[in-house]
Design a protein around this ligand. Structure first.
Ligand code: RAM
Length: 466
């Protein structure tokens, strides 16, 4: 029942499905005029957001493969009929451009169907009715983001990269724990990582799953250290003794490897800092963050050792942690400025990770985070991944109002800019920014942006502490 008139060569039609979907698209095609005497040639472009519709794919010059752009050229030999497009797509809008029919007929798009795919049961997660409309919307969009990324594994983005990343998994697992509670999917992802390690025991930062599970050859120091964190949080939710038994060594191997990457002062060396992701920021000095993430990981490893009944190891890990904490204070804390300085830089990222790792005292944490909020300092945070940890650090430091305000302005800013699902990158001062040199390949439904539901349920409404 689409209001599509007959389309001749050069005409186009844009369909708006009204929400961000992940699934398979079919178009019901008919014709007007004489029996088709030539194939219809169509270009079909699928966009997650309206601003993508304004971009011309032939102008894309970014450094990520253009194969991620959701665009098909299709010959339709038989009309009328259903045209089933070949891939799974992530989209809200579909533009059908008729490149050619023939002088004897025109094309009619009389219907469009998307069969959606997710492994999240929408019934399992109750909508929020908090009496605060903004929070309810943030919660709903956050869950839609997570659900659309939940496929065979927790994907980072259903448009791109469609794969499992350790850093993203941590945030998805947290949000899953307050919503869909598909702990079996978390477990599957943990086993995929643990079972696909490099020969030296390190864990890849990301996994392909098709046609068969295979680790990517990327190692990220901070992502690998998230494995013990995710495992410990998974066990907190499930008490799964089998998983503890199976995955404990793999988790400890990530800590051991990282502890082997220290410099003469006993802090993570330059290579470790280089191997950190932290945020999409070329200018960010990551040495302070590398130290803090290791200290953070050590605390979770200590808790795992306790779960395992391995008290001597738990004590040894606590000692290593305290030693590293003191060294980090010595090298990175600047008393006169009351904040952390890494490689001469005062960045939000460094303050955030130091606070999360409990490196400073509570009073120092508060001054460091006040510094972090000064927009004139250091490289800006660019991804919701980093902004999530900023909110967590504010909560850790007892700055609850600031945390709630940041949630509302940052993720709320995406809502104001038209988000149906939360985006991979969002810099309010540069809305069209792309770490990949082209908006068309930015993912607009992205795993690491899905945490507002977690923050709202665990902390803002229930008064929980980090
Ligand atoms: C990108 C993706 C993914 C992230 C990595 C580091 O490819 O956005 O989510 O984890 O970078």
């Amino acid at each position: 029942g689409l209001p599509s008139g007959p389309l001749a060569g050069g005409d186009e039609l844009v369909l708006d499905f009204g929400a961000h979907l992940v699934g398979r698209l079919s178009l019901d095609l008919r014709y007007d005029g004489s029996h088709p005497d030539a194939p219809a040639l169509l270009r079909i472009f699928l966009a997650e957001t309206a601003d993508e519709l304004r971009e011309a794919s032939e102008d894309y010059r970014g450094w990520l493969a253009r194969g991620w752009i959701q665009e098909e050229s299709v010959h339709v030999d038989e009309l009328p009929g259903m045209l089933a497009l070949p891939r799974r797509y992530a989209f809200r809008y579909v533009r059908v451009t008729v490149l050619s029919t023939s002088p004897k007929y025109s094309l009619i798009v009389s219907g469009a169907v998307c069969e959606t795919e997710t492994s999240a049961d929408p019934e399992a997660a109750a909508p929020l009715h908090s009496g605060d409309e903004e929070l309810d919307r943030l919660h709903a969009v956050s869950l839609r983001t997570l659900a659309n990324c939940m496929q065979d594994v927790f994907e980072d983005g259903p448009k791109r990269d469609q794969r499992l990343w350790l850093g993203d998994l941590r945030l998805q697992a947290l949000t899953n724990s307050v919503s869909f509670r598909r702990f079996d999917l978390v477990k599957r992802c943990l086993y995929l990582f643990a079972g696909s390690r490099f020969p030296d025991g390190r864990m890849s930062a990301c996994m392909f799953t098709k046609p068969v599970p295979a680790a990517d050859d990327t190692y990220l120091f901070d992502y690998a250290l998230m494995f013990p964190v995710i495992l410990e949080e998974y066990l907190r939710d499930t008490d799964d003794a089998e998983a503890l038994e199976d995955l404990y060594d793999a988790a400890m191997a990530q800590i051991e490897y990282a502890l082997g990457q220290l410099d003469a002062d006993g802090l993570p060396n330059a290579q470790a800092a280089k191997d950190c992701f932290i945020d999409w920021s070329d200018d960010l000095d990551k040495s302070g963050c590398a130290a803090a993430v290791l200290i953070y990981g050590l605390e979770y490893a200590r808790r795992l050792a306790l779960r395992k009944g391995d008290v001597p190891r738990a004590d040894a890990l606590a000692e290593r942690r305290e030693l590293l904490r003191r060294r980090a204070m010595e090298r990175f804390w600047e008393e006169s400025r009351q904040c952390f300085v890494s490689g001469g830089q005062i960045s939000a990222a460094t303050q955030v990770w130091m606070v999360l790792a409990d490196v400073p005292s509570p009073a120092q944490a508060r001054t460091a985070l006040k510094t972090a909020s000064r927009p004139d300092l250091g490289p800006r945070m660019t991804t919701p991944y980093m902004h999530h940890y900023y909110v967590m650090a504010l909560l850790r430091a007892g700055l609850r109002e600031e945390a709630a305000a940041h949630l509302r302005t940052y993720w709320g800013g995406m809502l104001d800019a038209g988000a149906d699902t939360f985006w991979e990158c969002w810099d309010p001062r540069d809305p069209a920014a792309s770490p990949y040199g082209g908006l068309l390949v930015n993912s607009r439904c992205h795993a690491w942006s899905c945490t507002p539901a977690y923050i709202i349920r665990r902390f803002l409404l229930s008064g929980g502490t980090v």
